[in-house]
Write a new protein. Structure first.
Lengths: 284, 355
């Protein structure tokens, strides 16, 4: 009883102390933190400002409609969309298994899934070549059996983008599945839904926001993919030359063109950020 | 009861805890599993629904083995003819009330339009046809409860299972919903098993109570017999009775070496004695009179209880007494105070502890 009273008294003291401290906390931010913070922000924003300042606004429409730029843009959007579709097809079931099925080595599998996140994309490209290349582990068999060649083709671009982008989707969807109450699936089962029906009719709609966010992130990552693509698929205009590759190439010959292409990618990225702002920025 | 629709012996091992509950429910009968938290009631319900496999025993519904570990008989949840109302309802948040109710019929192969018609009929029956297009988060607690009930009943289940169906509601809504729920449960032709820790819900809704404590059935019977003759402290507390176990010899029941209660009933052998707290009188001095049980006790607690004051007393036996506030003031009842406790033999109820 005495202990309880003491605790309550201490709590009251704490509250009082906090109340006294609050006004001071609202006071000045130390310069030692404010200055690096400002510099950090500048460091992140300045390059973007620099890019926008150098945009040749007068020739912009004409440069945007140049056949080369349009082709690269179309190819980028196409391959990124297909790559996202592939990631959804394989990544959502993978995320479901990781979130819902207990099996030995699950932690290891989860770690493996995230490897492409930290792997330098060029290394990913080399690895893909070693597997899907003409003389690769699967590539030779694919070529001999089906006559399918993946390296240096548009399909290869999609493959490279998928490899790099899929972890974003799997992680987002797995997180959403873990956050979703699995008892909804039990409720569905008591109403006669098989596990598959419960997945399609209950689980997927429940995680739809997480799924959408994951897909958009995945698409954005695929759209910006450079290293794995140029290593595995090369840089052939109209076939494997996506926007980032076109930017890199243009940089050597025509700076203005590179700036315009970069601006397009910047606009797309900011657009994605705005579309996801409720999900990613409001939580802060 | 050979006409049992549900015949089960639910044995589930969960670590050191073992649930072992035999359960038989006739068509149209409502049975309440009543017990304290952690007694294993929800585990029993999950075993019936197939959400938790049995360790041993069986679940047989309408002569079909749904779960029988001995013969590896197993019917998965989605193929059991059951309906479940979960404690927090688990209405699908992305579907309207109507589509929530239509979900079951759709999964049972009913075409969309017909399923919606069935769902609308059920929503009308629970008085929510006007809310059919609302999403679960736009419904009040009582409305959500009724949608959950309609959803469970829309598949015409042979076995209806309800897990603490009223626990999530506030007191006022609870009263209305309880009456409403009783109406629907009475109308249900199949067997109903309801899990609750609230004796009022159990008494209001069920035809028969099965009291579960520590994974075992400690008492079973209809409301009046359970409340009149509690067999464990838990039940006695639930129904607000003082309960003692002792050895009867005619009109005397020996509770402890130094206390034998005189009772009105005549019986021999192991016996329970029960009496209401209001039947206990408190006196400053030893009362005179014949047909009274009297002993000296010490006040250990005084609390407001409805219009009266509930006094907890220590002594040869612990006892709860209800006295009027005036009497409490007159007796100056404070913890530590010594008083005389008196209970008339005619106010006691004695019954055999066996059988």
């Amino acid at each position: 009883m005495r202990q309880v009273r003491d605790d309550t008294a201490r709590e009251r003291d704490d509250t009082a102390r906090e109340r006294r401290v609050t006004p001071r906390r609202r006071g000045r931010v130390p310069a030692a933190l404010l200055i690096p913070a400002g510099l950090g922000l500048l460091f992140l924003v300045l390059p973007l400002v620099g890019l926008v300042i150098r945009v040749p606004w007068t020739t912009l429409p004409q440069r945007l409609t140049e056949p080369g730029a349009l082709t690269a843009l179309r190819l980028s959007v196409q391959t990124a969309t297909l790559a996202t579709a592939l990631c959804l097809l394989l990544g959502v079931p993978l995320a479901w298994v990781l979130a819902r099925v207990e099996f030995p080595g699950r932690r290891l599998v989860r770690a493996l899934v995230t490897v492409p996140l930290v792997l330098p994309p060029v290394v990913g490209g080399v690895a893909l070549l070693l597997v899907f290349g003409r003389r690769g582990l699967l590539g030779g068999w694919l070529d001999a059996t089906f006559g399918i060649t993946l390296p240096f083709t548009t399909a290869g671009v999609m493959l490279a983008e998928s490899f790099v982008a899929m972890p974003f989707l799997v992680i987002a969807v797995e997180g959403a599945l873990r956050a979703a109450d699995h008892r909804y699936e039990e409720a569905a089962a008591t109403l006669g839904a098989s596990r598959w029906t419960a997945f399609t009719h209950v689980t997927l709609p429940l995680v739809a926001p997480g799924l959408a966010a994951g897909a958009v992130l995945c698409w954005a990552r695929a759209l910006g993919e450079f290293g794995a693509t140029i290593t595995f698929a090369g840089n052939y205009p109209g076939r494997t030359q996506t926007m980032p590759l076109a930017v890199y190439l243009a940089l050597e010959t025509d700076l203005e063109s590179a700036i315009v292409l970069s601006l397009v990618l910047l606009v797309v990225s900011v657009g994605i950020l705005v579309a996801l702002r409720d999900r990613w920025m409001s939580s802060a | 009861m050979s006409g049992a629709l549900l015949d089960a012996r639910l044995v589930v091992d969960r670590g050191a805890f073992r649930l072992d509950v035999p359960l038989r429910v006739a068509p149209g009968e409502v049975v309440a599993l009543l017990g304290p938290n952690g007694a294993g009631k929800t585990t029993a319900l999950r075993a019936l629904a197939g959400l938790h496999p049995l360790t041993a025993g069986h679940v047989t519904l309408d002569a079909v083995d749904l779960d029988r570990p001995a013969t590896r008989g197993w019917v998965p949840t989605e193929r059991r003819p059951i309906g479940v109302v979960f404690q927090d309802y688990l209405l699908f948040p992305h579907l309207s009330a109507l589509d929530n109710v239509a979900f079951g019929p759709r999964r049972h192969g009913v075409e969309r339009r017909a399923a919606r018609a069935t769902a609308r009929e059920w929503l009308t029956r629970v008085g929510l046809d006007a809310q059919a297009q609302r999403r679960p988060r736009q419904l009040s607690g009582g409305q959500a409860q009724r949608v959950a009930l309609a959803r469970a009943l829309a598949v015409a289940p042979s076995l209806l299972l309800l897990d603490e169906p009223l626990a999530a509601l506030d007191a006022r809504t609870r009263l209305d919903t309880r009456a409403e729920l009783h109406r629907h449960l009475s109308a249900h032709a199949g067997a109903t098993v309801l899990v609750t820790h609230d004796p009022l819900d159990a008494l209001a809704l069920a035809d028969r109570l099965v009291i579960v404590e520590g994974g075992r059935v400690v008492q079973e019977g209809d409301g009046p017999s359970v409340t009149a003759r509690p067999r464990t402290d838990y039940v006695a507390r639930l129904v607000g009775l003082n309960l003692y176990r002792g050895r009867a010899d005619g009109h005397g029941v020996r509770i402890s070496p130094d206390l034998t209660l005189t009772v009105a009933d005549r019986l021999d052998g192991e016996a329970f004695v029960a009496f209401r707290p209001a039947a206990v009188a408190l006196h400053p001095a030893r009362p005179e009179g014949s047909a009274r049980n009297t002993w000296a006790g010490t006040v250990v607690g005084v609390q407001r209880h409805g219009d009266n004051v509930r006094v907890q007393l220590d002594g040869p036996i612990g006892v709860a007494a209800d006295v009027t506030p005036a009497a409490a003031a007159q007796l100056r009842l404070i913890p530590g105070q010594r008083v005389w406790v008196a209970v008339k033999a005619t106010e006691t109820h004695a019954y055999p502890a066996t059988g």
